[in-house]
Design a protein around this ligand. Sequence first.
Ligand SMILES: [Zn+2]
Length: 281
Amino acid sequence: MFSFLKKRKRARLRAVSFPDAWAAHLDANAPVYRRLPDDLRAQLHGHIHVFLAEKVFEGCNGLEMTDEIRVTIAGQACLLVLNRDTDYFPDLVTVLVYPSVFYADLAEPDEHGHIVSEYQEDRSGESWDLGVVILSWQDIAQLASTGRSGYNVVLHEFAHQLDMENGALDGAPKLPTRSRRDAWRRAFGEAYDRFERAVSSGRSTMLDPYGAGDPSEFFAVATESFFERPVALRHEYPSLYEELARYYCVDPASWSPPAGTSTAARMRPGRARRRRPRGRG
Ligand SMILES: [Zn+2]
């Protein structure tokens, strides 16, 4: 009964008209939104209404929460649920937003589990399995304004949420059948090994080197590139692209290219390493 009521409420929310001001925020702050075909754009608008109705947004360190922030984050998170039978990140309750990078207290244990050092690390995002995503608004807004593609902290942290849906943060999201899981393991494993070899030998790759050393980070950075630099990803990692397209049920390489971006710029090799959280970051 609850499920029926939830479905009906969500259907009502998806049918609400989408404010022009919200579309303007997405136009300004979400580069992928500008390339979306009309039918997916309309679908995204509906998902945003549901997301905003169901998730709590809180500003931290004095950040005043605005429609621009909420819609920009919801709009990019919901790219990951287009065309999918989705429950809208069911474990997620709260999105915390800091004005800029925030600091995490970390402790480094020795082999006996004793703390040998404590330090702080700057973060632009974190994704927890306790129902929380944390984001730096500056990282979201500033990178959108510079038009830098392939780095998207919202896509990154919400990809971690999907990764955790099957109970393990291991770079393999929830897949419906054994054959799909096997196909994923093959394509993902081959791409991950090739990527690891490239990064460890100093060769350039179009994926963010941050994804090396941890399959969950590889899935998160591959998700960023799948939406932000799909043609380059399909060119360099065709099997990985194909599995991501099957999982996400969209084909971003077929969408219109980013305005004012040359093919050469879109295909440029790797970028400087950016600091983002490891593990559940
Ligand atoms: Zn991460």
